[in-house]
Design a protein around this ligand. Structure first.
Ligand code: SF4
Ligand code: SF4
Length: 474
């Protein structure tokens, strides 16, 4: 029997099944305990986060007035830490060759009718130019696990290609990487290639379900997958992004697992996850989401986001175009800080739309709008779409990023950086109406930079951008 220990390097000790089951029972027993819930909400107001047991009580809370307080606090924490900025990114699928047997993903090795594709370096160039022409500065590259078709050398070469492309005023300034769990040595190579965040979703923290859902391939190994972030950090990557695929297992179990994973990273490496993603199972070729029993409603989804916002205030929260416009609008308010826009989830498809008979997509996109439509929509909702990548490029990663964040200093960087990168977007890529809305927004938001000195410099930089210069940052 494994014992719960957040500092252990063994998967079954830091994600401990017994501890999760006890936590779920504790939360269930206390979901009407008004005194305890009030006490936890008061503690959460200190903005230092909450441990998993207390977090679960808030998630399970079944008192309508207390739930209103939870949502209000999530909104407030979101405002205090992230203002009205939303960071934009796009996924870039390099290859859908995969040797694994994941039951929820159309790229599983047994799917013989999906079109298999792997981008050549030249095709990557075309894709990146198309992404730059949309206005993107931040990508998340994705590839299936296949040592023959997608070896680490292919991934490294692709990262190099992406960073090297300078087309008109465009540049990809941060490449986040979402590839299978690998060795410390390979993580070191990714670090040397200059990646931003290393992202790996746990899919499910429930070991038995994990093994059933991953019947074949290297991903079947629960411990190797769950301990991947420790190897990544050992390899020098200090920004890691975790996530669970909601719908596979009980959402309460996954929620506890995510928080325990965050606590583990903090305990061992002194820095929690940089981001948490909250994907839900989506329809795709060969995949019917109804076959998974644990699908969650939009209300539960919103509650998960709100509770995460409260429990890990310093961690960015991401939703993709798996979510519809409506669902995204709701969770943006409650805590999401990063969204993708104008995404294609097929291999290739940015430079030229994929013909229907060649479907290579990982999931059906729910939000099909262009990046410009998303930017326009965000601004109309009062948000500032941000293309900022400054921290990574200034070396503010891992604990250096977190200490800046915890000192409240990040506000002096994020706001002007958001405005400057939005200004670049407006100058180079925006449709006329988007540009008009954006210019007004920038003029208004400049006044919200608290430090006068910073405001003056930001104004000057924005003027320089208008006159053709690019790439300013704090
Ligand atoms: S989820 Fe990843 S590892 Fe699993 S089949 Fe899909 S691409 Fe392969
Ligand atoms: S300044 Fe850093 S934390 Fe703020 S938006 Fe830019 S990259 Fe993110």
């Amino acid at each position: 029997m494994y014992k719960y220990d957040p500092s252990s390097l063994k998967a079954e000790e830091f994600i401990n099944h017994e501890e999760i089951m006890e936590t779920l029972a504790y939360a269930e027993a206390n979901k009407h305990n008004e005194a305890l819930i009030s006490e936890i909400i008061e503690k959460a107001k200190l903005r230092k986060g909450l441990p998993h047991r207390e977090a679960l009580v808030l998630l399970d809370c079944d008192i309508p007035e207390k739930n209103e307080e939870i949502y209000a606090l999530a909104e407030q924490i979101k405002k205090d830490f992230y203002g009205n900025r939303i960071v934009m990114f796009a996924p870039l699928y390099l290859s859908n060759y995969c040797v694994n047997g994941c039951l929820y993903c159309p790229y599983h090795a047994k799917n013989k009718h999906i079109c298999r594709k792997k981008l050549t370096q030249d095709e990557i160039r075309q894709e990146v130019i198309a992404l730059q022409d949309m206005g993107h500065k931040r990508l998340a590259i994705e590839a299936g696990e296949d040592p023959v078709n997608n070896p680490i050398e292919y991934i490294l070469e692709s990262i190099n290609t992406i960073y090297s492309i300078k087309h008109k005023n465009g540049a990809i300034r941060r490449v986040n990487v979402n590839i299978a769990a690998t060795t410390v040595e390979n993580y070191r190579k990714l670090k040397e290639a200059g990646i931003g965040t290393y992202i790996l979703f746990q899919e499910t923290y429930h070991k038995e379900s994990y093994e059933r859902l991953h019947p074949t391939g290297p991903k079947h190994n629960y411990a190797y997958h769950t301990e991947a972030m420790d190897r990544a950090m050992e390899g020098g990557i200090d920004d890691v992004g975790i996530g669970a695929l909601f719908g596979l297992e009980l959402y309460r179990y996954e929620f506890a697992g995510l928080l325990m994973h965050a606590e583990h990273l903090e305990a061992v490496h002194g820095v929690g996850p940089h981001t948490i993603s909250v994907p839900r199972v989506r329809r795709a070729d060969d995949i019917d989401p109804d076959e998974f029993d644990n699908g969650i409603s939009d209300d539960t989804f919103a509650k998960i986001v709100a509770c995460l916002r409260i429990c890990v205030p310093y961690t960015g929260l991401i939703v993709s175009t798996r979510e519809s416009q409506r669902s995204r609008e709701r969770v943006l308010k409650l805590g999401i800080s990063q969204i993708s826009g104008g995404s294609r989830t097929s291999v290739g498809g940015y430079a030229e739309p994929e013909p229907e008979e060649e479907n290579s997509a990982q999931f059906d996109v729910s939000d099909n709008r262009t990046l410009d439509e998303v930017v326009n929509w965000l601004m109309k909702l009062g948000y500032i779409p941000s293309f900022c990548t400054a921290c990574y490029r200034e070396g503010r990663t891992g604990d250096r990023f977190m200490s800046l964040c915890k000192a409240g200093q990040i506000q002096n960087c994020c706001h002007p950086n958001a405005l400057m990168t939005l200004k670049e977007y407006l100058e180079d890529y925006a449709a006329p109406e988007t540009k008009e809305i954006g210019e007004k927004l920038i003029a208004k938001e400049l006044n919200n930079i608290p430090k006068e000195k910073v405001r003056k410099i930001a104004e000057e930089y924005i003027n320089n951008i208008h006159n053709g210069q690019r790439d300013f940052r704090f």
